[in-house]
Design a protein around this ligand. Structure first.
Ligand SMILES: Cc1cc2nc3c(=O)[nH]c(=O)nc-3n(C[C@H](O)[C@H](O)[C@H](O)COP(=O)(O)OP(=O)(O)OC[C@H]3O[C@@H](n4cnc5c(N)ncnc54)[C@H](O)[C@@H]3O)c2cc1C
Length: 493
């Protein structure tokens, strides 16, 4: 009889682990507290508008192809993805607008025209970004490294100390390549993909522009949630049992092994191994009742930032917007400092603004725009919580900033409005303090390493998702699921 693996949570990480385990012949049962699979990859449908609640940018699609390939399937038979030509449109309050395109030569020419001298700077930066990606990809991503020690033993010291950018911050290196502050702000903001600060993250996180330039920036046709639907169909074909509306309250233990789970209903389910897609800190605290000294050791895995997520349905369109837009803070260093060091609401945040109807008109009624606004803000502070009215005031400031870069009279055109605060995000997905991207990448706190995939306390307990290496974002948690299944298979046989 096949050995049984229970997966707690049907986020992309949990689903990827479930598919990877089932593809290896294990009997897999997946429980989620919510009524839908996908976790943060979610959808809100209202009055003809379809809002992607979580991710709106897909990168590194080959990692999803790998997942479907484990059982001889093709991603393209389940999910329709399209590359975008204009990757990011960047707006500044001084009227500067800078585009990043799929084609590096086109981007270099555009930047050179806007800021003389910057085309060459950009080309050199892209080469450096590619090198950082290649070093990190070949061992940390592909071999699934988890600890400082495995870094030292897997990479030779010349590569680790002289090629991988470990001594500078991300901003230090961006500033060495670019002289213009607009471009420094733009390339520093690639840290958005992991919800951290470019002034705290290590230099090798500058691999992220190459993720986009080297492998494309993609959209899932019909809305990002179709990726979750595609994986759900694959799970069904592989015979994975998915049980929704079922919160896991406890992971049962016997000495240094786990034996199954207990649901909120009181039902018990035995298993040969458990994979938790609940983040590492809440899982140890709530499902495993770990003691205080052990929990203190986990504090280096501080949550990444949260976000104030605003969904606006408009009865008009703003043609100046591209699919993905950024509206920059006038002082981005201060923005990062407030959110990541002082843990205060930003006074002038950089805002990510997505307008998916540029690629997919089905996302809003005809003649209307569907906008998602996302300023990054601190995670939930339990001792000194932000009031709901403070969040509402920040939402108003965010809309004011759109006016400041030319989205005139936007308030007059809002016909649907929905807002998610860090408190809502925490309640819906049980993420650690409402973190949007798992663990913060900080060179002093954790050197951008997340928690290991295998529990250090229980022999047959594993973790998957944004709080686990290699970290957050859809492709990374999908890769994590595949690596976690490998680790489980090595132990279970
Ligand atoms: C607003 C927003 C924008 C984002 N933008 C992007 C983007 O553009 N591109 C990108 O790649 N990424 C983006 N991300 C990040 C991305 O969504 C996450 O990194 C990724 O989806 C996390 O997946 P996960 O599997 O780690 O966890 P989650 O998606 O958080 O899933 C965890 C699941 O576990 C369930 N669960 C937790 N505890 C229990 C329990 N005790 N019992 C049962 N079920 C439980 C939860 O209900 C949830 O379904 C964004 C996220 C947000 C919120």
């Amino acid at each position: 009889m096949a050995k049984k693996i229970i997966v707690v949570g049907a986020g992309i990480g949990g689903m990827s682990a479930a598919v990877s385990c089932a593809s290896r012949g294990y009997d897999v049962v997946l429980f989620d507290k919510n009524d839908k699979v996908g976790g943060k990859l979610n959808v809100l449908e209202r009055e003809g508008f379809s809002f992607d609640l979580g991710p709106s940018i897909l990168t590194l699609p080959h990692i999803f192809e790998q997942l479907f390939g484990l059982s001889g399937r093709k991603l393209a038979d389940y999910v329709d993805i399209v590359p975008l030509d204009t990757h990011w449109r960047n707006f500044f309050e001084d009227g500067t607008v800078l585009d990043l395109y799929a084609d590096t030569a086109r981007t270099a020419a555009h930047l050179e025209e806007k800021i003389p001298g910057s085309g060459g700077e950009y080309r050199s930066f892209v080469e450096y970004s590619k090198l950082q990606y290649e070093i990190v990809d070949k061992k940390y991503f592909k071999k699934g490294l988890d600890t400082f020690w495995s870094f030292f033993t897997s990479y030779g010291w010349p590569e680790l100390f002289f090629k991988l950018d470990i001594f500078r911050t991300m901003n230090d290196s961006v500033s060495r390549y670019f002289t213009d502050q607009h471009l420094r702000d733009v390339f520093n903001y690639f840290i958005k993909y992991v919800g951290s600060s470019a002034y705290n993250a290590p230099g090798f996180m500058n691999l992220m522009p190459w993720v986009q330039t080297g492998f494309g920036l993609w959209y899932v046709k019909g809305g990002m949630y179709n990726m979750a639907r595609g994986i759900a169909k694959l799970m069904d074909e592989l015979g994975i049992t998915v049980v929704l509306n079922s919160e896991v309250k406890t992971i049962m233990r016997e000495r240094c092994r786990v034996t199954g789970v207990v649901l909120a209903s009181g039902e018990k389910h035995a298993a040969d191994a458990v994979v938790s897609n609940m983040e590492v800190i809440p899982a140890y605290e709530k499902l495993l009742e770990a003691p205080g000294p052990f929990m203190r050791k986990l504090q280096k895995f501080e949550p990444a930032c949260s976000g104030l997520v605003l969904h606006l349905g408009l009865d008009t369109t703003y043609p100046q917007l591209a699919h993905h837009n950024f509206v920059y803070s006038n002082d981005q260093r201060h923005h990062f400092d407030l959110v990541f060091n002082r843990h205060e609401l930003p006074t002038d945040a950089t805002i990510y603004l997505v307008a998916p109807t540029r690629t997919d008109p089905s996302q809003a009624p005809e003649g209307c725009d569907n906008l998602k606004l996302l300023p990054h803000i601190p995670y939930v502070n339990d001792t000194n919580p932000v009031s709901h009215s403070d969040y509402e005031a920040l939402a108003e400031k965010t809309i004011d900033k759109l006016e400041a870069v030319g989205l005139k009279d936007i308030r007059r055109h809002i016909i649907v409005k929905d807002m998610w605060t860090p408190v809502d995000i925490q309640a819906r997905y049980y993420s650690n303090k409402g973190s949007v991207y798992g663990v913060v990448s900080d060179r002093r706190k954790n050197f951008a390493l997340k928690a290991p995939k295998k529990s250090t306390q229980y022999d047959n307990l594993y973790f998957v998702g944004g709080s686990v290496n290699p970290g957050a974002g859809m492709p990374m948690v999908c890769l994590c699921g595949q690596n976690t299944a490998k680790a489980a298979a090595r132990d279970l046989g």
